[in-house]
Design a protein around this ligand. Structure first.
Ligand code: ADP
Ligand code: MG
Ligand code: ZN
Length: 490
């Protein structure tokens, strides 16, 4: 890949650790009763607590902790019975208190791992360092005219998980696969709405290079501001090559924070890397340590749904699907539900998998306008898709006709049976009728019949094509083939 000239030339290996912020979909914020909903008029979801007024006190949202525990259980983390809230101090206009309540010294959760699946079917384990809870900051909104900026504090105090990976990731594709897996898990757990374009999952990537075969970590740069799977992949690739070029040229990597510019496909230096001591972390005096009772954890464990890895294995076992199909179909809970609804309506798992992975996802992709697919709103109901495959399986329509039935199904909610009747698409299997058409095709192509009989087998395709053309594609291909063979042999 030409993109990796410098990387290949230098014999480098990339070392990547991701920090992902996951917005929890609680009704209210982490420390006050304001709505945590996205999209309200600026500053309408605010109160003295999340506006950072002096003299107010935070009150912890129990539901946010429950969601955090769900995430910890799903990733096999060790949950600390006692953890602590810390103040992370920094100044920025979107942070009215001038500190963020976070967890630093002792997070609620440590260890754990994610298994990621790659395009080639291979798997890799990525260890997690920790997950901690924190509150989100507000948002600076820059005027389109460019002469003023505004601050919207609706997001201030919305609960976040920060999921920190060990530097176990090696490529941009693995980085995106990791994000996908984490996205699938939090969606399955129903603790995050997963709307990446609204910032519900944001990724920072720490990237360094080292010579292949060596162990010591190199100096890293941190890339911020990636909020789609594609952006993560592009930004990481870009940064790997940028660092390789510098190192090949004998320059060193500056430990810094860089910003991904999705419009221009480049990373830009934002600031030199801050260290923990820059934030003057200290224990939050307004909150008690967080105590998580083991009994509560066990109660929550019982409510966990089937998770992506488990579902994938079940799909392989129950439906006899190849690993790739099972992986694609379980990437989203809605997609998996869609598929299972279709299979329960018509028992042909592989054919339905082909249609879902092919045409359904293709159309959903086209409709997503370059964004993420909305799996909750897939084209064609699973019942209609199943009914269409049933019509193929019982010989009513050919696979070819099915394509046009499918196209019609995209235009309305009419069932395939209705469409087939209305459009006169029923497959013709009547040997008498097909035979008559074959006879006329053969007699008007007598020269080709001679050639075929003289050994030019390839002409079979031509005859089949002619018959199909005469029948408007409606002839049953098996019947056509059989009759043609018989008649040409006689
Ligand atoms: P900070 O909060 O300062 O960003 P941490 O030291 O906790 O930093 O690391 C954050 C992330 O950076 C983790 O995902 C970790 O795996 C990753 N990381 C740390 N050192 C390196 C390195 N040299 N190269 C690549 N990733 C690294
Ligand atoms: Mg960081
Ligand atoms: Zn509030």
């Amino acid at each position: 890949m030409s993109e990796f000239v410098e990387y290949e030339k230098g014999g480098w290996e990339a070392v990547i650790g991701l920090e992902v912020h996951v917005q929890l979909k609680t009704n209210t914020k982490l420390f006050c009763g304001c709505s945590a909903q996205f999209g309200a008029p600026p500053n309408s979801h605010t109160c003295p607590v999340c506006l950072g007024m002096p003299g107010v006190l935070p009150v912890l949202n129990r539901r946010a902790v429950e969601y955090a525990i769900r995430a910890a259980l799903a990733t096999g983390c060790k949950i600390n019975e006692t953890s602590r809230w810390d103040r992370k101090n920094y100044f920025y206009p979107d942070l009215p208190k001038s500190y963020q309540i976070s967890q630093f010294e002792r997070p609620y959760c440590e260890g754990g791992s994610l298994t990621i699946q790659l395009e080639d079917g291979s798997e890799r384990l990525v260890r997690l360092t920790r997950i901690h809870m924190e509150e989100d900051a507000g948002k600076n909104v820059h005027d389109a005219r460019g002469d003023s900026s505004h601050v919207d504090l609706n997001r201030s105090g919305v609960p976040l998980l920060e999921v920190v990976s060990e530097p176990d990731i090696r490529t941009a594709a693995e980085s995106a696969a990791y994000m996908r897996k984490l996205h699938a898990i939090v969606r399955y757990l129903d603790i995050c709405d997963g709307n990446m374009n609204e910032g519900s999952m944001r990724c920072d990537a720490n990237i360094s290079l080292r010579k292949r075969g060596t162990e010591t970590l190199g100096t890293r740069a941190e890339i911020k501001n990636m909020n789609s799977f594609r952006a993560v992949e592009r930004a990481v690739n870009h940064e790997i090559e940028r660092q390789a070029k510098r190192l090949n040229d004998g320059e060193s990597i500056v430990q810094e924070t860089r910003l991904w510019d999705a419009d221009r496909n480049v990373t830009r230096s934002m600031r030199s890397k801050e260290e923990a001591h820059d934030y003057r972390y200290f224990p939050e005096p307004d909150l008690l340590p967080l105590e998580i009772a083991p009994e509560w954890v066990e109660e929550i464990r019982k409510t966990l749904p089937e998770l992506p890895d488990e579902k994938r294995e079940r799909f392989q076992k129950d439906y006899g699907l190849p690993p790739y199909d099972a992986f694609v179909l379980t990437a989203s809970r809605e997609l998996a539900d869609y598929y299972e609804a279709a299979v329960s309506a018509h028992d042909n798992p592989k054919s339905l998998s082909n249609w879902v992975m092919g045409d359904i996802i293709r159309i959903a992709n086209e409709r997503s306008d370059g964004g993420e697919i909305d799996y909750a709103d897939l084209p064609v109901s699973p019942e209609n898709l199943a009914a269409m495959v049933k019509l193929i399986d019982d010989g009513t329509i050919s696979g070819k006709i099915a394509k046009s039935v499918f196209d019609k199904m995209l235009e309305s909610d009419d069932s395939p049976t209705v469409i087939v009747e209305r459009e006169g698409l029923v497959q013709e299997s009547d040997e008498g009728k097909i035979g008559t058409i074959i006879d006329s095709v053969l007699s008007s192509n007598a020269d080709k019949v001679e050639e075929y009989r003289g050994g030019k087998d390839k002409l079979m395709g031509f005859f089949v094509g002619q018959v199909m053309k005469e029948t408007g594609g409606k002839a049953n291909p098996q019947v056509v083939n059989q009759l043609l063979r018989d008649k040409l042999a006689s």
